[in-house]
Design a protein around this ligand. Sequence first.
Ligand code: ZN
Length: 411
Amino acid sequence: MLTDGFESKRENIRHFYAYFLAVILVLTGVASAENSAKQYSGGNPCDFIDSVEFNGTAANESVLWQTSIGPRLPGSNASAQLRQSISENLTQWSFEESSHQRENFTLTNLVGTYSPNNSTGQNVVFVAHYDSRYIGERDENETLRSQPIPGANDGASGVAVLIELGRIIPSLDLQHNVTLFFTDAEDQGKPFLENTWSYGADAWVSNLTEEYKENISAYIVVDMIGDAYLDFTRVSSTSDVLWDTVTPIAAALGMIDGEVDCQGNNGLSIYNPDPDDKRFVIDDHVAAHNAGIPAINFIDLNYGENASTWGGHWHTHNDTADKVSSESLQYIGSMLELGLRTDAWVWNHSEVQHENITQNLSEDEQNNSEQSVDEEVPNEIQNYPFLTFFGGVSIAIVLFLVVFLRWQIRD
Ligand SMILES: [Zn+2]
């Protein structure tokens, strides 16, 4: 009798541990499935760095050509000529134009899509404004302040990088969509009037379907990235989770001081990845960020040698092609190409589960962007990670009690 009772109790203990282990395994599985839908996990950039094809010299030639056709003001012939040139040069892309009336002009967005046959449906969107500014209000020469500027860095540089990328992308064997979004009327704003900038990007984002928005795994803006004295930081109203994916890529290319590149050399101080050094910028990323899309913006705010923030050649008639360098375009273009080659900007989950995507936005990043003009973030985005965590813990406790009580009763 004594021996039998002891054996049966030992069997119950074994059952209890088996139940307990099963519960833990199920919970771990659920947790990792949830996390896999919201995480980026790119490959090692140094494994791909020798394959980079981006040609900074070709991009620089595009900057020269764009400035040669004159100011690309919304509705102008130069604006139409640039759109036509982009769609005619990128033959493997399908392009769509959409027009919107704003103030006294009509803006036209140009959107190119590349969608491979085996696409997961996720979409990496690269964004650059193709319009140039209608005034040079920062120019030293007062008589020139009301005249349109060349916009070599502010406009042409970002477009040049996107065109050169667009040439390469179809050969990359990607398994997701890529969109090249050339925005109009980013730079027609009135000084100090927040709501008069980025009309094109605002219009596009506000007309997207929920499904389209939820499939955008990364929305990456490039603006004013041709400065021969290139340097940039993170900016307000962006996704820190997405910025974190950039750090190893920039380090591999030797763009971060204190980090070694793929050859083992210390990097230059081109990109400062410190989230505390974030700068406030209103640009084409804001509408996307406010719509819950993970967005970042590569933008150099001090244009020219030793220029202060928003100083130098910015919004002056000195924004000419000779201030833009092939090397700077090469850095930015290589970074974008490496990000694609390493799959840094797609979620590591083959099936996109719409309700899970917004979990990308951590609570931390919501706190980091308080400088932004409009920081309304839907509640479900802020609360979801906590609900997941506390929900998981509660289920674990309940299951533990059920199994434990059942064991006690049998005993
Ligand atoms: Zn500008």
